[in-house]
Ligand binder design. Structure first.
Ligand code: HEM
Length: 534
């Protein structure tokens, strides 16, 4: 056991020693760490040129649903199996932390839910999750519809301009438009701040995009040079990043100060039952500050808000982007969606009640998330020794996992696995309505929509962890309902008014990936008023 440390690092030294000892024990018991696991040797060139998750898929087909990926001295275990995913995310969730992801996100999100250590996470999850109660979501649906209306009005105006010059369509980068829409929604829903980004630019908006850009850069750059002392002063992009963070933090600090000054202390039940329809500020921040016992420090609140700003913005924008990309290649499905919208909404905006009836639109959202999961990989690091169950990996063996093992749970592979999905690469929202139990895979409960009656989307319970659009287990997305409702409202209001066509071929839309999958040069589409609307 080798351990290098300085005397000022005493607790860390002890922990390293314990970790190394438990690794040694695990290795002895298993006859070698991950000894029998298939190994995919990656060339460094695999990391460039195309998104990593494509290579991980090819290796999954070659090596099976649990394999070890070695890049020189660095190794990851790649998991593409629902039974093993269920074990890591739910059954043995607290044997893992966020590993590499927490290293990258901690400078931005501090002790927010995503990178938080276990103790902080337990405490904050208990406080934040109740904030997404039914009356809050109902109030949010109004915000989703109002913000989507702003976007639609902008498109209408652009089209009017085209009409006056004899044109009948407008060309737009819908990825950029969805990004603005999602930013406005998350600002209003989480801390009652109107970025107004659909119609204007501001230093705060620029700072948010700058920060997202840096988070993406860090997640794809393999040497964490930003940790080098003085890097934040010397490297121009790091200086910019810290300036951007300051702009956002100052804005959030102001909002927190204001919320605290206008605090109305009451108990949680009253908060959950209060008349949200008449509230000027229904935001999550208002709830967190007003809640009894929320004597949480400003820094923690700021970390929570920053986490939700980042976690809830790009993800939703990406789901809308890929939903449109897929729909545009299937005009008949657009017609089917529009028929549902016409019959449920007519000319009205969606409401909390009516969106429950927009079943096909919700299935389109889920199917877009199946084909383009956001994020495509979930990242974990073992903090206790573990043994993975035998998944559908051919030989049915389980594997020992020593402390410190980095795991990539490939949601992309899982969602396109030929073992669990018929025609896995096809866009087929209707697939979720079919019951699919008898696929002969021991330990997997099949696909059964009756398992989670009334669920807003076909979740991980219905699919027994074959669909992980919002993760699963205790670290599952806290904003899943918010996001599904938001995407459903946004998509329904677009299709209610417009027909959408890709500007170029679908092959010309290149993928790039950081935390989410997005396009290289935007999703350029032609938009025209619906020809069949009365
Ligand atoms: C966690 C997906 C929208 C807040 C997660 C996770 C996934 C996910 C897969 C689990 C990550 C893991 O296990 O490592 C998505 C997708 C969204 C979306 C696809 C949009 C379509 C939102 C929104 C919010 C949000 C709107 C907040 C308003 C969070 C938070 C976590 C999280 C705070 C961490 C939960 C925890 O560790 O306790 N999200 N999310 N997400 N999401 Fe979302």
């Amino acid at each position: 056991i080798r351990c290098q440390s300085t005397s000022t690092d005493e607790p860390k030294t002890r922990r390293n020693l314990l970790d190394n000892a438990s690794n040694l024990l695990t290795n002895l018991l298993s006859g070698g760490s991950l000894g029998s696991m298939p190994i995919a040797e990656g060339a460094v060139s695999d990391l460039f040129g195309r998104p990593l998750f494509f290579s991980l898929y090819d290796w999954f087909l070659e090596h099976g649903s649990v394999y070890k990926l070695a890049f020189g001295p660095k190794a990851f275990v790649v998991v593409s199996d629902p039974i093993v995913s269920r074990h890591i995310l739910r059954e043995n969730a607290f044997s893992y932390d966020k590993g590499v992801l927490a290293d990258i996100l901690e400078p931005i999100m501090g002790k927010g839910l995503i990178p938080a250590d276990l103790d902080t996470w337990k405490q904050r999850r208990r406080v934040i999750a109740p904030g997404f109660h039914a009356l809050y979501l109902e109030a949010m649906v109004k915000i989703f519809a109002d913000c989507s209306e702003r976007t639609i009005m902008k498109f209408d105006k652009l089209l009017e301009g085209k009409h006056s010059c004899g044109g009948n369509s407008v060309e737009l980068d819908l990825e950029a438009e969805f990004s603005s829409l999602a930013l406005d929604i998350i600002g209003l829903g989480v801390f009652n701040y109107d970025f107004g980004s659909v119609t204007k630019e501001s230093p705060v908006i620029k700072a948010v995009y700058g920060t997202l850009f840096e988070a993406e850069h860090r997640s794809t750059f393999y040497i964490p040079y930003w940790k080098i002392p003085l890097a934040r002063w010397i490297v121009p992009r790091q200086r910019k990043f810290h300036n951007d963070l300051k702009v956002i933090n100052d804005c959030l600090d102001g909002l927190i100060r204001n919320a605290k000054e206008t605090r109305q202390e009451t108990d949680i039940e009253k908060l959950q039952n209060r008349d949200y329809s008449n509230l000027k500020d229904a935001s999550l921040l208002r709830f967190l500050v007003d809640m009894r016992g929320a004597d949480v420090d400003d820094r923690q609140l700021r970390d929570d808000l920053m986490t939700m700003l980042i976690a809830g913005h790009e993800t939703t924008a990406a789901v809308l982007t890929w939903a449109v990309f897929l729909l545009a290649q299937h005009p008949l499905k657009i017609k089917k969606a529009q028929a549902e919208i016409d019959s449920v909404l007519g000319k009205e905006k969606p409401s909390f009640e009516s969106l429950k009836k927009l079943e096909y639109i919700r299935l389109i959202v889920a199917e877009a998330l199946r084909l383009y999961p956001q994020p495509p990989l979930l990242i974990r690091r073992a903090i206790k020794p573990d043994v993975l169950p035998g998944g559908y990996n051919g030989d049915k063996k389980g594997y020992r996992i020593p402390v410190g093992t980095d795991i990539f749970l490939s949601v992309y592979n899982l969602h396109r696995s030929p073992y669990f999905w018929e025609q896995p690469h096809e866009f087929e929202p209707e697939r979720f309505l079919k019951q699919r139990k008898d696929v002969g895979i021991e330990g997997w409960g099949g696909f059964d929509p009756t398992r989670s009656p009334g669920a807003l989307y076909p979740n991980e319970i219905v699919s027994d962890f074959a669909f992980l659009g919002f993760g699963g287990g205790p670290r599952k997305c806290v904003g899943d309902q918010f996001a599904v409702m938001e995407s459903t409202v946004g998509l329904a209001m677009m299709l209610q008014k417009f027909d959408i066509e890709l500007k170029g071929s679908s092959e010309s839309v290149e993928l790039v990936t950081g935390a989410t999958i997005h396009t290289k040069n935007g999703l350029w589409c032609k938009l025209r008023k619906r020809s069949d609307s009365s």
